[in-house]
Write a protein that binds this ligand. Structure first.
Ligand SMILES: [Zn+2]
Length: 169
């Protein structure tokens, strides 16, 4: 269960990797928006804890490919058809959340990638990132936060440096 740190950094990395060499699109606002989009699937916790709709809702529809498509469509409606590339990139940042959960879950519950067609939960089961076998202790959260920062901050920095000095568009 990657923490919001990882999701935000991976979402920002997705956008940083795909941004054209445009100073407006390379802005911190763009990276922040993508980080928020990448964290947002876990807002399903508001449904689980806030509305008491049941723990089974977590990693459900908000983590599906279809819902990532819905978010992309919403971004397209907000940004307009002339900015379709940005909408797709932001949608990819949102999708990165489910893919990161899927690829870094070994012991916990997987994600409903194929909702609403299937409620089967998928997980890669190769590595478990920030899985809490003995509950959420503050010391464990701090330890896993540091580990996630050490993994994903360098990734984002490498991409930003790469994009600054290498023109791909
Ligand atoms: Zn999640």
């Amino acid at each position: 269960m990657p923490l919001p740190i990882s999701h935000g950094l991976v979402g920002a990395s997705v956008v940083a990797l795909n941004q054209p060499q445009n100073p407006i699109l390379c802005s911190w606002q763009s990276l922040l928006l993508s980080a928020l989009l990448a964290i947002s699937p876990d807002f399903d916790f508001f449904l689980v804890w806030g509305l008491q709709l049941g723990r089974g809702l977590h990693r459900g529809f908000t983590h599906s490919l279809i819902f990532a498509g819905v978010v992309t469509a919403l971004m397209l409606m907000i940004l307009g058809i002339s900015r379709i590339r940005e909408a797709i990139i932001y949608g990819s940042a949102y999708l990165s959340h489910a893919l990161l959960d899927f690829s870094t879950t070994k012991f916990g519950g997987g994600v409903e990638l194929l909702w609403p067609f299937s409620t089967q939960r998928f997980k890669l089961e190769l590595i478990g990132l920030s899985e809490f076998p003995i509950g959420f202790k503050l010391s464990e959260i701090i330890k896993y936060s540091v580990i996630e920062l050490m993994i994903f901050v360098p990734l984002l920095l490498i991409i930003l440096l790469f994009r600054k000095f290498v023109i791909l568009d």
